[in-house]
Design a protein around this ligand. Sequence first.
Ligand code: NAG
Length: 816
Amino acid sequence: MPCFHHKTIMFFKWHVPEPKQYSMMSFNLLCVLSLLLLPCLATAQNNGTVRVGQYITAADNSQPWFSPSRDFAFGFHKLDNEDLFLPAIWYYKIPSKTIVWYASADNPAPRGSRLQLTADRGLVLDGPDGQELWKSGITMSAAAFGFLYDTGNFVVADANSEKLWQSFDDPVDTLLPSQIMERGGVVSSKRSETDFSQGRFQFRLLQDGNAVLNTINLPSGFAYDAYFWSNTFDQNRSNAGLQVVFNESGYLYVVRENNQRVFLTPGTIVSSKENYHRATLNFDGSFVLYTHPRNSNGNNGIWSVIRTMPDNICVNNDIRKGLGSGICGHNSICTLNSLRRPNCTCPKGFSLVDPDDPYGNCKPDFIQGCEEDEGKSEEDLYHIEELKSTDWPTSDFEQLTPSSREDCESSCLKDCLCSASVFRLDTCWKKKLPLSYGKMDPADNGTAFIKIRKGEGNGKKKRDIFVLVGSVLLGSSVFINLILVAASCLGLLIVNQKKLTRTHPPEGVSHMNLRCFTYKELVEATRGFKEELGRGAFGTVYKGFMDIAPNNLVAVKKLDRVFHDSEKEFKAEVNVIGQTHHKNLVRLLGFCDEGENRLIVYEFLSNGTLASFLFGDYKPNWELRTNIAMEIAKGLLYLHEECCTQIIHCDIKPQNILLDDNYNARISDFGLAKLLTLDQSHTSTAIRGTKGYVAPEWFRNTPVTVKVDVYSFGVLLLEIICLRRCVEKEASTIDKAILTDWAYDCCKEKRLGTLVEDDPDVMDDMNKLQRFVMVAIWCIQEDPSLRPTMSKVIEMLEGVVEVPFPPCPWPFNITS
Ligand SMILES: *[C@@H]1O[C@H](CO)[C@@H](O)[C@H](O)[C@H]1NC(C)=O
């Protein structure tokens, strides 16, 4: 029985996790509170209706108004880390608080403020001293009542039930089913996840009928070029887009004047009887259609994504005026993560203007200028950092055609006006600051060269300290000077020592740096396990925010309860994982071990999994792919042969390889296989790993060794070479369906070009292609003893040793 259980877990990755304890707790808390607040509850049984004069006070547990079904609540939302509140409407029945409408974000309400329905001013938000902070305003006649519908719409109506105002006409960042946006309508993003003030992104239906996403200038509101558009404009105005409609079934589309519909929702979607739908313009500029089961037990507050618009937010093809910074700030670089959302990073030598706004502008950490650098050679002052597949398409001041790569690099280095250059094919563009619309796109074969002052980073700051000390010294008495000198020496000493301990973690003892977290800390870090990053065989991974990591982000893995019961063993295994240090492995930062709650905290890697990278919409280039393959091999070599305890991974596959900021491959989930509860006698039947990547000895009565990882690596290597999954049910012909079979056939028949669709980049590098394919086929030999070790694999991939032609991997099977 237990064996069967394991198998289920291994093969069905998408099993539903246990309901979260914390959400049950908060539910209980709510029940208790409801009892305490019985008098309030009586007025709260409003069944949607709000009478004139009725109000809610801004406080921690003030009772909201409910829609008749209680799908939605309208009340105060308390802002993080501040004693301020916003009037807001949110889904009431699902565990994570998802806000669909809010008001007065630029002028939040202090504790004690009142949200009241008035006859003459409609809905009004008054501060504790009675000053008006916000009002809905009404037109025509006096308000008689308000009503919160089960659609999430709050309507203010007069005595004849005529609508005077409704929240649907005043959307913020979210549209809901049955909501309509007319020409001139605007949806606006928040500033950040927790900052509700107006952000830099808009979704609008323009007067010409086009629905667009664009960035704006803050605070003026000036709109920059669109980065997404519905294409529903019409020069002759006879068939232009008229409305953006989110119909009751959850379909979002633009209706043209002739009633034609242009859908933003792809294909068919889940039923709105059982599911909520919403369309939210996120603070990072992505416009996302989400769905969530109405039954709160269904999904633990995790929203599934139906579509993210645009498909690739970093790659903008229609920069006309070129004003503004693009999706990220000026001098920043946009990369797409595995959730198809943007990540912004400052290039080396640059840092965030506002460290709390990772999506904002970057500033150089040095001064560059013709005057400043006069009389010195630029080559002595600067060096060039090369950034593959990176571009800032605007900001040009010169174009050199034809040019060579080397000339492009040196021409910028030597030019005191030049800050960066980009080379593609035979052309060089020289660029000036600020660099805008920065993007890194693996499909781009261009290269950027960015100029950085040598020895930079903190040189400027140090100089400041000395200037300060110097000027103070000049203007004070000898005694004070002596004290100052002593103090500043001490200060510098401490600064330096801090720097030393930061940059050089002592190697052997680093496992002692593993932090032990409480469950509560991790609930807080993940904001109640709000944002799911992925699910694997061992559990679900959530995004977390903690200052222990350089980018303040961590990945928290909640392990399923199939692990050792013994606390000692869990700690021992985690310590083994914690002692591994290699640049191609994901770093473990800490863990939590509280009864049933076993969690592991890893560093967060921004570029998602190798799976989404390989099998996404654009084809990563050959050079990057071969680098990634080498890096995975090196990570495995370390696990097998170089770290103190040999670790067999058991589940090598593209979902378990993550990519860091620079697209370096990092293996994750290593060491976890051993954590599974395993009765030794059942070893041969409890198959660990994932179908398609699993070595044949798992199914036989032969011992399991590191060679199982070599097998999986071989399959993965073929996927990296061919940019396709190991099993493709929809392959054009049956002999292509199984990648390993197809690759061997092509290799034997010397048709390697077919494997890469005759990609010219790869065909130019035929020797390497042949070497890589042959190594992969050696790795997938059915007989484990024929498979090379990882050190041999690396030698062969590097071309240090000759690769003999591999035998057929399946000598005992009859294959087609
Ligand atoms: C919403 O639009 C879809 C697609 O056209 C249609 O199938 C569905 O019936 C519409 N729902 C309603 C309630 O009109």
